[in-house]
Write a protein that binds this ligand. Structure first.
Ligand SMILES: Cc1cc2nc3c(=O)[nH]c(=O)nc-3n(C[C@H](O)[C@H](O)[C@H](O)COP(=O)(O)OP(=O)(O)OC[C@H]3O[C@@H](n4cnc5c(N)ncnc54)[C@H](O)[C@@H]3O)c2cc1C
Ligand code: FES
Length: 256
């Protein structure tokens, strides 16, 4: 982990509130692994509380790419930044999705949950075939589709709840058939909590190794404030920032 000054190289609005940033951040770019994230603050820092966790979409030194959805104050301010502006980039932070050489991995991405899985496919897809299931409420939630189509994947399954792209339905609607037909050894998921809770239920009877990347409100991003604690299945707490964000699915207490 290092705190560095990142310089925005490109800032693009992709539509429906989704933004893509290309940032020169040599340390993060050189050391980031799929699943990790950075804490981002606008410089000059107006408010120290406005540091926000964002996953790393891609890393090719000296650049990292971030893909984010404008939700509130922090992301709105970030969306106002332009090429040449500086950002404080703390990272890379958190654990990673393991490579699992030789194993068949199914990546399951809902909406902006594509970020760590895209990074995984970019980093390891050249070495072996990967499967991906990508979905959202509508086409508007899949702004990275062009880039996803350019990934090296053995199979890509696309779903949207309103049928505006791919097969109509939720990701969980197609999952059972894909698990039976494709027989992956492992699944890696990221997306809205309700989607992940549904996947956890569906995946239980299958013999796959299931990992999930979680989001939580964060203060520090490196284990100092307990602000990101979530309840584990055994009744203890886990810090998403430094014990995660990647966890075995069965370790999490999912809402029922
Ligand atoms: C490890 C990690 C990686 C992340 N990666 C990405 C990413 O790649 N792209 C992306 O778009 N977002 C990502 N997020 C979520 C992102 O951090 C929040 O959307 C952002 O902090 C919201 O800040 P804000 O000031 O705009 O919103 P706020 O004003 O703080 O909140 C606005 C609304 O967003 C909700 N919200 C805020 N923070 C979160 C959160 N962490 N999780 C879920 N809901 C939240 C609030 O409940 C509120 O309704 C990630 C979060 C974590 C923990
Ligand atoms: S955000 Fe501070 S401990 Fe996790």
């Amino acid at each position: 982990m290092q705190d560095e000054r990142g310089l925005i190289e490109e800032a693009r609005s992709l539509g429906s509130g989704y933004q893509l940033l290309k940032i020169a951040a040599p340390h993060a770019a050189k050391t980031a692994k799929p699943g990790q994230f950075v804490m981002v603050r606008i410089l000059p820092a107006l408010d120290p509380l406005l540091r926000r966790p964002l996953g790393i979409l891609d890393a090719r030194p000296p650049y990292i790419w971030l893909y984010y959805q404008v939700l509130g104050n922090g992301t709105r301010l970030l969306a106002g930044q332009r090429p040449g502006d500086s950002l404080d980039i703390l990272g890379p932070l958190g654990n990673t999705f393991p490579e699992l050489p030789g194993q068949r991995v199914l990546l399951i991405a809902g909406g902006r949950g594509i970020v760590p899985l895209f990074h995984y496919a970019r980093a390891y897809g050249e070495r072996r075939p990967l499967l991906m299931l990508y979905g959202g409420r509508s086409k508007a939630d899949q702004q990275l589709l062009d880039r996803v189509l350019s990934l090296r994947l053995e199979r890509l399954f696309i779903f949207s709840e309103d049928g505006s792209i791919g097969q109509q339905g939720r990701l969980s609607d197609g999952l059972e058939k894909i698990l039976r037909d494709e027989r992956p050894d492992a699944t890696y998921s990221c997306g809205p909590e309700a989607m992940l809770a549904a996947l956890a239920k569906l995946l239980k009877p299958f013999p796959t190794r299931d990992l999930v990347s979680l989001e939580a409100r964060m203060g520090c991003g490196f284990g100092a404030c307990q602000g990101c604690a979530i309840l584990a299945a055994n009744g203890t707490y886990r810090r998403v920032c430094d014990e995660g964000p990647v966890f075995p699915m069965e370790e999490i207490q999912w809402p029922t």
